[in-house]
Design a protein around this ligand. Structure first.
Ligand code: DO4
Ligand code: MG
Length: 301
């Protein structure tokens, strides 16, 4: 079962898609309230939704055809790095311009007990499906990073899985890893959604196909595919380090690292359409635009 939000008549509603593909409007205000209600009733979230389906309104159309919004307002988005061999290779390439002759910090963190975890985004910087993600004006090597996102409760329990885009500047990080926050965090540099697949309805989170496609002027210019089976770490291991001596908030999202990297010569351009698809979860679509272009469009109204 998948949970989503959609806009209709200037309101935002919570919805669920059953395994049969039927979409229903739910009464709960948001995902984490739904989780609370289910727990109070002693049921799994999907069991709770199914039990209350008779009181829910069938939407009558496929969820994908609705005006979908971010599935939740994640108070914080964290991200793991170098959790796949593909990311390790890409980080080594950008840090050494392909002239690798010794172990790098990336090699070390890939093998280390402690994973790389970093703060990726706040609620105000995170967008949902269909929204524009921003490009930086001071980078010439920008890529989307397609990642499996974990939706956590305040105790660190995995409530569900979503698709995430960890927009990244390869040149800024490659110049100096101390620039990581600038390579990762700026206005609209993170997207999540459109669906959260409830954790109890995912048989094996280590067997999900992931695809990233980028379209320019209607033509596909990048297509990369991989599988979460290539993840070096266990999800609980990443969450364990995130919550260690830390305070988590209901609805925190943890992106689990990228296994998809466009060819090294590729950089995003304004107007590019980015599609991130995770098997059984859904497809997150966003368009890239320079932050200044977005600001100018907003001023013009
Ligand atoms: O080391 C930098 C971050 C890498 C990353 O974001 C990833 O592997 O997904
Ligand atoms: Mg990443």
């Amino acid at each position: 079962m998948r949970i989503f939000r959609y806009r209709e008549s200037s309101s935002i509603h919570l919805g669920a898609v059953t395994e049969e593909g039927e979409a229903y409007r739910l009464n709960a205000p948001d995902l984490m309230s739904l989780v609370g209600e289910a727990r109070a009733a002693g049921l799994s979230v999907s069991g709770y939704v199914l039990r209350n389906l008779a009181q829910s309104v069938p939407i009558g159309v496929r969820a994908e055809s609705l005006d979908l919004a971010a599935p939740l307002d994640a108070p914080e988005v964290w991200a793991a790095g170098v959790t796949y061999q593909r990311s390790r290779e890409a980080r080594n390439f950008e840090a050494t311009a392909g002239k690798l002759d010794a172990d790098t910090f990336y090699d070390k963190v890939y093998e280390a007990e402690r994973p790389e975890l970093f703060m990726k985004s706040t609620a105000a910087r995170t967008v949902g499906p269909g929204a524009q993600v921003c490009l930086r004006s001071d980078s010439t090597w920008q890529v989307p990073e397609a990642e499996l996102g974990l939706v956590l409760d305040r105790g660190g329990a995995i409530v569900g899985y979503t698709a995430g885009n960890d927009m990244s500047c390869r040149d800024i990080e490659g110049e100096n890893p101390l620039y990581l926050p600038q390579a990762k965090i700026w206005k609209r540099s993170c997207a999540i959604g459109p669906f959260v697949r409830l954790a109890e309805t995912v048989a094996d989170p280590y067997a999900l196909g992931i695809a990233c496609r980028i379209y320019r002027d209607g033509r596909m210019v990048v297509e990369e595919t991989a599988n979460t089976g290539q993840l070096k770490r266990r999800l609980e291991e990443l969450v364990g380090f995130l919550k260690r001596d830390n305070e988590l908030f209901d609805g925190t999202v943890l992106l689990t690292g990228t296994c998809l990297v466009p060819p090294n010569q590729f950089t995003l351009a304004s107007g590019d359409r980015i599609e991130i698809e995770i098997e059984g979860i859904g497809t997150l679509v966003n368009t890239a635009v320079y932050a200044a272009e977005l600001d100018a469009a907003m001023i013009q109204g």
